[in-house]
Design a protein around this ligand. Structure first.
Ligand code: 5GP
Ligand code: MG
Length: 489
């Protein structure tokens, strides 16, 4: 796939009774969603009459300085951080997208990927729309703008019936903030209460960052409209079935976020526990690959009784920002980004846990590092199953040829990366870890009381707790229009 692949963070704020502070809250929210995208950042703001916006390439802190932020005055704001890895990352694709017409202005921030972009684009172009970017998200704003004469609610619901794929949206008009989650809830979106108002955000850590209170996740297929009257909710599709992207828990979301009632760190720790049970190894120390491998390493240590150590230090200033364009550069970057702690691993049998193997580059380099630092044995454990299929719904996985597990079995990969042993968690094991991390906030207190009612409610919620596992199984929540043929190429 050479089209744009996006992970993103979105946020929105509505302050009741006016005021100028919405863009500042969105700025802080975007900073806490920075892990979701580092390519570009943008904020659109409304003072009730006019929408202004600013976006540029770079980190949130690079795009906005105090002066720039002070110019964005108003009580409603939405923001976006974009991550894209194709060479086409460009300012034209930065969000929010803003569309102005006689009827009014609409701004949209989108996290996800549409799978019917092409037919929608053709349809829009045939009926007079023109595009300035290669982003699938521009299709969304063009459709809303086209339908705007029917009224905002209709425009949004009509648009949502037409687009297929994954979308968590923050939409804004001069007077309203709107949140939308696709019928499968593939990308996360939650609602929080802030002083004098409301916040929408991809992850709950953004609500925490502004001192707000988490209220709830937006349901799959739900639209919330926020204005002076509060939060109005309605469903746009009857057929919803939750298929949250399982990779949010594996790698993408921040450990302190709670997504759809599952704490991300807790889930990672449980995955580590299951992995310890499924694939034990005799060793002296357990270490994790920072950052997303740390939770499962802690869980593995806890379940196996093998001491946990730091083992690897990560250069904080590189983060996920550097997307190296060539394989050689990517390999070099692993050394700049990660180093082994001799004192933790020298002379020891080491279990190292990472959240995923995609291309296999990171693991091969890490094993070299550990051996150079004196590790006697290196046992690699992975807290997600082998990634065998590309993602069309918002996670940046390469095409099949680049996925080491698509073309090699576990023993071949073990040899390739140079580990003494290698094991992946089973798909069932990963799902078990997630389900056992599910919280039931409505039942707090009721759990002790137990009883049939509680058990029945728990069963219903567990059954409703589904995931998109397309990268592991090749089965996606919807047909991949125009992509199916490419799947095996
Ligand atoms: P590999 O070298 O096997 O391609 O990459 C595996 C490593 O990349 C793991 O440490 C995992 O945490 C990380 N990873 C997984 N998915 C992504 C992604 O979408 N983007 C980036 N930058 N890293 C990822
Ligand atoms: Mg990693």
């Amino acid at each position: 796939m050479d089209e744009l692949k996006e992970h993103c963070g979105v946020a929105g704020v509505y302050l009741s009774g006016g005021g100028d502070g919405a863009s500042k809250l969105v700025y802080y929210a975007l900073q806490s969603l920075q892990h979701r995208g580092q390519e570009s950042a943008g904020i659109a703001v409304s003072d009730g009459e006019r929408i202004e916006h600013y976006k540029n390439m770079g980190l949130v802190s690079e795009v906005f300085d105090r002066g720039r932020l002070a110019e964005l005055k108003g009580h409603i704001a939405i923001g976006h951080t974009l991550y894209s890895t194709s060479g086409r990352a460009a300012i034209e694709n930065a969000q929010p997208f803003v569309s102005r017409s006689k009827l009014g202005t609409v701004a949209v921030a989108h996290n996800g990927s549409l799978v019917n972009t092409e037919p929608m684009r053709e349809f829009l172009e045939e009926t007079g729309s023109s595009f300035t970017s290669t982003s699938d998200s521009e299709v969304i704003i063009k459709l809303i703008a086209k339908n705007y004469k029917k009224g905002l609610e209709r425009a949004i619901t009509d648009t949502i019936q037409l687009i297929k794929g994954s979308f968590a949206l923050c939409v804004m008009t001069e007077q309203k903030l709107i949140g939308v989650r696709d019928p499968n809830g593939i990308r996360p979106l939650c609602l929080g209460k802030v002083q004098n108002g409301w916040m929408l955000a991809s992850e709950s850590c953004a609500i925490d960052a502004v001192g707000g209170d988490f209220v709830r996740d937006i349901d799959p297929g739900e639209i919330v409209i926020i204005n002076e009257d509060g939060v109005l909710s309605f469903k746009f599709g009857e057929k919803t079935s939750k298929k949250l992207c399982v990779f949010e828990y594996v790698y993408f979301a921040r450990p302190d976020s709670i997504v759809d009632n599952i704490g991300v760190l807790e889930a990672r720790m449980k995955m580590g526990e299951v992995l310890a049970r499924e694939s034990p190894a005799a060793a002296d120390v357990v270490i994790g690959v920072p950052d997303s491998g740390l939770g499962s390493a802690m869980g593995y240590s806890r379940a196996s009784g093998i001491p946990y150590a730091m083992g690897i230090v990560k250069n904080k200033y590189i983060g996920r920002t550097f997307i190296a364009p060539t394989q050689e550069a990517r390999e070099q970057m692993v050394f700049v980004k990660l180093n082994a702690l001799k004192s933790d691993v020298c002379g020891k049998r080491v279990i190292i846990i990472d959240d995923s193997i995609v291309r296999g580059t990171t693991s091969r380099r890490l094993i070299r590092l550990l051996r150079k630092a004196g590790a006697k044995e290196v046992h690699f454990r992975i807290s997600s199953p082998p990634v065998k299929f590309p993602c069309y719904l918002g996670i940046d996985t390469p095409e099949r040829a680049g996925l080491i597990s698509a073309n090699h079995d576990v023993e071949e990969i073990r040899k390739e990366i140079g580990a003494d042993s290698l094991a992946f968690i089973s798909l069932e094991g990963m799902l078990e870890a997630l389900r056992s991390s599910l919280r039931f906030p409505e039942d707090s207190g009721a759990e002790d009381a137990g009883g049939e009612d509680f058990a029945a409610r728990r069963k219903i919620r567990l059954e409703a707790c589904g995931f998109c596992q397309g990268c592991f199984t090749g089965e996606y929540p919807m047909p991949m229009i125009g992509e199916i043929g490419k799947r095996d190429s």
